[in-house]
Design a protein around this ligand. Structure first.
Ligand SMILES: [Ca+2]
Length: 529
């Protein structure tokens, strides 16, 4: 089974994404429907670009260094895909596969979409943008693995590791730009990268390591500190599954999760001025775990470990999850607490974060498929992970080169993310601000209340991020306020404003609670702007 089957066992959301092979995949590598809906609904106008497109046979004859074009085909328009486009599949180097879509009616722009998990199949979270006239590309990051959460492919394979870490996205972007130039007879006028989860980490890596690749970058719920995430996952695994032989016996039960959720809503929901099932800003919310009734001491300690994160002595390696993130117990079971019986039976992992955490150590850090998480002592963490961090992590707050080329970066993260602790993203952004007090001129963070991993949840989290970044890059419209919506069957049921961190939205006390108009910005110091 793969991660998608795990979620079929514990249904999360009816999210799906179209992969390169036109199959529909649910979940994390694919839980970006929200993003795609936003893109499809976008308003950015077309350039009406005049182009000199090559014939399909001429494209087949193109020769690029170290690139093999495996297939070039024409895809006609239909009710699902209103734009006709050319689909180019190829391989860069020994193993970096990509799929590039070149619309007939091109808007002059290029967007690359990220992947999820360990990727392993050609994935493009921005694939739907072809219907808005974008040339768009995705990659498998240089290895093949259908599960998306296993890393056996990385063992003793430095090339695969570096490709996954950063090189595959960069090389794919360069090759895509070259093919765009050849096909249309002109360079793309603007280039973007949009990703979430692993794709959010790819986005941050691009801004830090290859600042010339993209004019605008959107990093959603980013997996950007892989060794830190691996430490956090194993610290939690040691608390939740101290004995590797009993992965089918979770300390935390569904009933205890429901009690935790009910207690958090009771304690925290109204603290932001509105009882709506959403904790608006967890850092300014008081929550007392000892007040949760009906859970055992062992369960309370396990919950503490989830909120605490990973430590080496007194030094925090990575933060834990934020109160309010348990708003969907099924999500916590699938991602954090387990146990998902088919995953245990097939891959001997109880949940997804256990899988990612242990697989990072086995495949990317120690090259040892038999490594035992239960005995790991974090005292040697820095030394153990130095090499892996050098190609996996996008943790540098120095965005000077990206700033100098006038790039714009939007980072966003759901406060109710059950996969990647949102506090880590906040901590990173504060480092960026410490490095450059004027960082908001080119890099902004939006924290999304009640938003699960990359979308969904009780809050309003649907945002057309591609149009938002394009307006910033092309029209200098800085995102001072972004309207997020929550929709059902394509109709917006609720809208809420998002403000750049550290400000957040609070209810004005009198207006319609479903309307963004009824919310104002608040700074943590308590000043209303
Ligand atoms: Ca609330």
């Amino acid at each position: 089974m793969n991660a998608n089957d795990a979620i079929a066992v514990f249904p999360i959301e009816s999210m799906s994404i179209q992969t390169a092979s036109n199959e529909t995949r649910p979940l994390f590598k694919a839980s970006f429907l929200v993003l795609l809906i936003g893109m499809l609904a976008g308003t950015t106008a077309s350039f009406g670009q005049s182009t000199n497109q090559l014939s399909i046979d001429a494209v087949r004859q193109l020769r690029l260094p170290d690139v093999v074009l495996e297939s070039v085909k024409s895809v006609g328009s239909d009710s699902k895909n209103p734009k006709a486009y050319l689909e180019v599949n190829g391989v860069i180097g020994t193993s970096i596969r990509f799929e590039l879509l070149l619309p007939e009616d091109w808007n002059g722009r290029f967007v690359m979409g990220g992947g999820g998990g360990f990727v392993g199949t050609v994935q493009n979270m921005a694939r739907g943008s072809v219907n808005r006239g974008y040339a768009t590309v995705g990659t498998d990051t240089g290895h093949h693995d259908e599960s998306g959460y296993l890393a056996g492919w990385a063992i003793d394979n430095l090339e695969a590791k570096v490709n996954f870490g950063h090189l595959a996205v960069h090389r794919t972007a360069e090759v895509a730009k070259a093919l765009i130039r050849d096909y249309y007879g002109s360079d793309c006028k603007y280039s973007y990268f949009v990703g979430c989860s692993r794709g959010g980490g790819q986005a941050m890596m691009e801004a830090q390591r290859y600042p010339r690749d993209f004019d605008g970058i959107v990093a959603g719920a980013p997996a950007f500190n892989w060794t830190g995430l691996a430490a956090m996952s194993v610290a939690i695994a040691q608390a939740l599954y101290p004995d590797p032989a009993t992965l089918d016996h979770p300390v935390i039960t569904k009933e205890s999760l429901e009690r935790l959720q009910a207690s958090i809503i009771e304690q925290c929901d109204a603290q932001d001025g509105l009882k709506d099932g959403v904790v608006q800003n967890p850092p300014s919310t008081h929550f007392d775990l000892s007040m949760v009734p009906g859970i055992t001491e062992e369960q309370r300690k396990a919950f503490e470990a989830i909120y605490r994160g990973a430590f080496n002595g007194n030094v925090q390696i990575y933060p834990g999850y934020s109160p309010g993130a348990e708003c969907d117990p099924g999500q916590w079971i699938a991602w954090i607490t387990g146990s998902v019986p088919p995953m245990v039976a097939k891959d001997h992992v109880p949940d997804l974060m256990f899988a990612f955490g242990t697989q990072i150590w086995k495949g990317l850090v120690f090259n040892d498929p038999d490594w035992d998480y239960s005995r790991y002592n974090f005292s040697s963490f820095e030394r153990d992970t130095r090499l892996a961090a050098s190609f996996l992590n996008a943790t540098s707050p120095n965005l000077d080169a990206f700033k100098a080329r006038k790039g714009k970066l939007i980072i966003w993260h759901g406060w109710a993310d059950p996969a990647l602790p949102p506090q880590a993203t906040v901590d990173y952004y504060r480092q960026v601000e410490a490095h450059d007090p004027n960082a908001a001129e080119y890099c902004r963070l939006f924290m999304v209340p009640g938003c699960l991993h990359c979308g969904g949840g009780p809050g309003a989290s649907e945002v057309d991020w591609l149009s938002t970044i394009a307006d910033w890059v092309e029209h200098s419209q800085s995102p001072d306020k972004v309207i997020a919506s929550k929709s059902e069957s394509g109709n917006a049921q609720m809208t809420r404003p998002l403000f750049p961190y550290p400000r957040y939205a609070v209810y004005n006390g009198s207006g319609d609670t479903k309307s963004a108009e009824s919310f104002v910005a608040k700074s943590p110091a308590g000043l209303t702007h």
